[in-house]
Structures are given as C-alpha cells and as structure tokens.
Design a protein around this ligand. Structure first.
Ligand code: 5GP
Length: 216
C-alpha cells in the first residue's frame, strides 16, 4: 500500500443523460489521485466510442466466460445489454492509493455496497426532468424508443436513490466536480479508515510513556 493509504472505491451513478461521463472526465483531468474503472459491455459502441476507453466491447460469450471465471466485481443488465466491472484493475489501483471511480448503474452499485460497505455511493441528478430529456435528445446517439426506455428506467431508479450516500445536482459542471472531490477526500477521514493511524500513535505513546526522556 502507498504512503497515502488505500484509495477509496467511489461509485457514481445517475439517470442516463445526467452527464456522469463529463463529470468524471473533468475530475480525472484535474486531480491525479483518481483512476477510472473501464467496464466491459455487450452493447455495441456508439459513434466516437473507443474500445478500452469508454468500455471494453465484448461478446455475450466473452461476458459469460468472465462471470464463470469470477473476473467481475459486479455485473448487471441494463436495457437489454450486459455491463460489468473487471475486479483486478480496481484493486490494483486502490492498493496504489488511487480513488477508483466506477460509473455503474443502481443494481451494480447496490452489489458493490453489499460486498464493500465502505464504498462511497454518489448519485448525480440533472436540474430537471425536462433537462434530462433535452440532453438525451441532443446527444443524438439513441433512437426515440431507446430514449423513452432510458427515461422510464430513470423514473424507476428514482425509487432506489435512498441507498446512496450522497446526491449531487449536475447543474454547474465545475461545482459538481468540486463537490464530488470534496466528498471523496472527506471519506478518507472516516473513522474505520483511520483506525490504523490511531493504533500506530497509541503504540508510539506506549513506548514514549515507558521511556519519556528518550527522543526518537
Ligand atoms: P451506457 O449504455 O449509457 O454507456 O450505460 C448504461 C448504464 O449502464 C449506465 O447507467 C451506466 O452507469 C451503467 N454501467 C456502465 N458500466 C457498468 C458496469 O460495469 N456495471 C453496471 N452495473 N452498470 C454499468
């Protein structure tokens, strides 16, 4: 583990079209102690998406094989396609002291929280439903049927948001990125994560009490 200690596992979810991708991209550009987990998916790439950057685009068969060999930290189905988080990269980066960002849906987020209760769950919402519709339409990457299914999915997801630790409104990009970073930094000071540091001081105090005049 690095001197900074282990990094945090940060799950960022939000209704489709909320701008999660943009928020994460900005955070990764501005701060060096973050790493992005790249998921695998069976959905076809959108125009402009690159294999290994937005996702690793794989076949259903490859996806099943990854499940069989226990390579996924979690996985879920979202509007007819499968998505999953490769585990190895996440743990490697956390060991190096990086905060690892997972941009995954609610089903995945709940699975991560069940496995790793110390994971931080953040949900991003748009300023309004109309803004969400507008963003999905202006993205121009999905047909109407898919847009409607994604909006319907957003309405369903609204019921489960109470499982998250924080909800951020993505209205002003800079403010949203800043708030997310602050939440992650504060998370590092939560008591369970600091108990090792406290124990080290306690050991040192014992030594000092036994030999109070001897400086290190
Ligand atoms: P999109 O097709 O728009 O890229 O993603 C659709 C949904 O799948 C989004 O809510 C996104 O957060 C979620 N997603 C992406 N990768 C993963 C993953 O590895 N696991 C889970 N559970 N959801 C994911």
């Amino acid at each position: 583990m690095s001197k900074k200690g282990q990094g945090s596992l940060v799950v960022v979810s939000g209704f489709s079209g909320t701008g999660k991708g943009t928020v994460m991209k900005r955070l990764l550009e501005e701060k060096e102690d973050y790493a992005l987990s790249v998921s695998v998916t069976t959905r076809p790439p959108r125009e402009g998406e690159e294999n290994g950057r937005e996702y690793f685009f794989i076949t259903e068969e490859q996806f099943r094989e990854m499940i069989r060999s226990d390579e996924l930290l979690e996985y879920a189905t979202y509007v007819s396609h499968s998505y999953g988080t490769p585990a190895a990269y996440v743990f490697e980066k956390m060991e190096q002291g990086q905060n690892v960002l997972l941009e995954i849906d609610i089903q995945g987020a709940l699975k991560v929280k069940a496995k790793y209760p110390e994971a931080l769950l953040v949900f991003l919402i748009p300023p309004s439903a109309e803004e969400l519709r507008r963003r999905l339409v202006s993205r121009g990457t999905e047909d109407w049927e898919t847009i409607v299914r994604r909006l319907a999915r957003a309405a369903e997801e609204a019921d489960v948001v109470s499982a998250y630790d924080y909800v951020l409104v993505n209205d002003d990009l800079d403010q949203c990125v800043d708030a997310l970073d602050r939440i992650v930094q504060i998370q590092r000071s939560r008591t369970p994560r600091m108990l090792d540091a406290v124990a080290r001081i306690k050991d040192d105090l014992r030594r000092i009490i036994e030999n109070p005049q001897e400086a290190e």
